[in-house]
Design a protein around this ligand. Sequence first.
Ligand SMILES: Cc1cc2nc3c(=O)[nH]c(=O)nc-3n(C[C@H](O)[C@H](O)[C@H](O)COP(=O)(O)OP(=O)(O)OC[C@H]3O[C@@H](n4cnc5c(N)ncnc54)[C@H](O)[C@@H]3O)c2cc1C
Ligand code: FES
Length: 263
Amino acid sequence: MCNNPLKPEPYKITNIIRDTEFEWTFAIDFSGEIKAGQFFQVSLPRVGEMPISVSNMRGGLEMTIRKTGKVSGYVFDLEAGDNIFLRGPYGTSFPIDDYKGKHLVIMAGGSGSAPVRPIIEHFYYNSDEITSMDIILGFRIPDLILFKDDIKKWSKKFNTVLTVDNPDDSWTGKVGLGTKYVGDIDFSDAENMAVVIVGPPVMIGFCVREFTSRNVKNEQITVSMERRMACGIGKCGRCKINDKYICQDGPIFRYDEAVNLID
Ligand SMILES: Cc1cc2nc3c(=O)[nH]c(=O)nc-3n(C[C@H](O)[C@H](O)[C@H](O)COP(=O)(O)OP(=O)(O)OC[C@H]3O[C@@H](n4cnc5c(N)ncnc54)[C@H](O)[C@@H]3O)c2cc1C
Ligand code: FES
């Protein structure tokens, strides 16, 4: 029998949460082992494939998909009860064990809040494993805010900053880029800090500087890298930068390893 590692398998969509107009969270009946930060190759027959991060693992797999093009467009036509095709999970994961005993800071922009959600959820339910956690989440406009109910829940336990770049008349919360709020964090124990930054490459660079200028070292920072992918398993070279395959050596990297990979 041919054991093809590229063959996707069908899984049932159990629920669809319409977070925003163009970003929906798909709950999928998948029961294998998954780690925070990993991704699946999500596909539909005769349409195509796309890499999508895991946005929740508690009580089942969830993935939050932005409608940007061909495959995601077709996925938005699916309904609960329909099948979606998956390969994975693939790639490296956030080093949750290394964060234990530390002051954890999570910083994410836009859809970058999807891959960090499983880390936050883990420590929400296991808060004795860390000394404290600061969460900074930035979105372009209020209508693009993801995981509103979770953010309310997290803010009851952790210092949680939710900020938008461009507020509308109804917005009464914080305004400006997430970097504006890094200075409000307590850096007195900077050497015991672990920082997670997920967002567009330009955001990562600016955020890293906010931390390194306050005595946090590159090796204390974890980032997630996005690249166009095809096979997802280190065979085709589509995602290769220098000697690294982002699909296999990443997408989660320590910043001292990622610094030469970011454009
Ligand atoms: C490891 C990884 C994790 C990802 N996680 C998520 C996620 O959780 N949710 C989500 O919505 N998207 C995620 N993406 C991005 C997602 O894979 C692309 O948006 C997707 O391929 C679009 O497929 P499509 O056929 O709908 O769009 P296409 O028709 O292929 O493309 C639409 C537009 O998106 C651009 N694009 C496609 N892929 C990428 C990419 N990797 N980086 C930047 N621009 C891209 C194209 O250039 C084009 O402009 C992730 C990508 C990677 C590599
Ligand atoms: S996507 Fe094929 S090698 Fe990474």
